[in-house]
Design a protein around this ligand. Structure first.
Ligand SMILES: NC(=O)c1ccc[n+]([C@@H]2O[C@H](COP(=O)([O-])OP(=O)(O)OC[C@H]3O[C@@H](n4cnc5c(N)ncnc54)[C@H](OP(=O)(O)O)[C@@H]3O)[C@@H](O)[C@H]2O)c1
Length: 163
């Protein structure tokens, strides 16, 4: 099984504001959907609460310490990243961690692949990722997108594979 991480961050490493993603970039969301479709996705409880639904076509696994946490149908609850990965790996050869900050940092230590979208703007928000060190990884830009009438910001997408 391989472990992948997928996230979008601004130039100042912001990924979220007030519990939401602070931009609306439909084609970037299309990349997220295409990349994760058919694969288990693992997320923290607050990332789940951003959308409060099961993302279709994927096994949705939510991590919370609350044993009695109530979710909508189609969500599997797990108490830790290790438990979530152990459960997910039984049904797929690739498993995605999709947020938030704590789980990106924890999963980065053991990830095989990282999909990183860089939003080419400075954006305010309290959910901030550290700058990951990809110097021992093979990195390539797999997509560039200009700003347009549906996309307020330009962005590019990097794929990093652990060497
Ligand atoms: N731009 C992006 O790519 C992207 C991706 C994902 C999310 N986001 C944004 O990021 C923000 C949410 O991320 P976040 O970092 O604040 O929260 P989060 O990681 O999604 O969720 C945090 C919750 O996870 C549980 N948790 C944390 N550590 C745990 C551990 N060691 N063991 C078990 N459970 C643990 C706790 O839930 P309980 O309190 O229930 O125990 C904790 O409150 C939102 O703004 C969202 O929109 C952005």
């Amino acid at each position: 099984m391989s472990l992948s991480i997928i996230f979008a961050r601004s130039m100042n490493h912001c990924i979220g504001k007030n519990g939401k993603i602070p931009w609306h970039l439909p084609d970037e969301f299309g990349h997220f959907k295409r990349t994760t479709l058919g694969k288990p996705i693992i997320m923290g409880r607050k990332t789940y609460e951003d959308h409060q639904s099961a993302l279709p076509g994927r096994r949705n696994i939510v991590i919370s310490r609350q044993v009695d946490y109530q979710t909508v149908a189609g969500i599997e609850l797990q108490p830790s990243l290790d438990a979530a990965i152990a459960s997910a790996r039984s049904t797929s050869d690739e498993v995605f961690v999709i947020g938030g900050v704590h789980f990106f940092v924890e999963a980065f230590q053991i990830a095989d692949c990282v999909y990183e979208t860089v939003i080419e703007a400075q954006i305010d928000g309290e959910a901030i990722l550290p700058a990951f060190d990809f110097s021992d990884w093979s990195s390539e830009i797999i997509e560039r997108h200009d700003a347009d009438d549906k996309h307020a910001y330009a962005y590019h997408i990097l794929k990093h594979v652990r060497s």
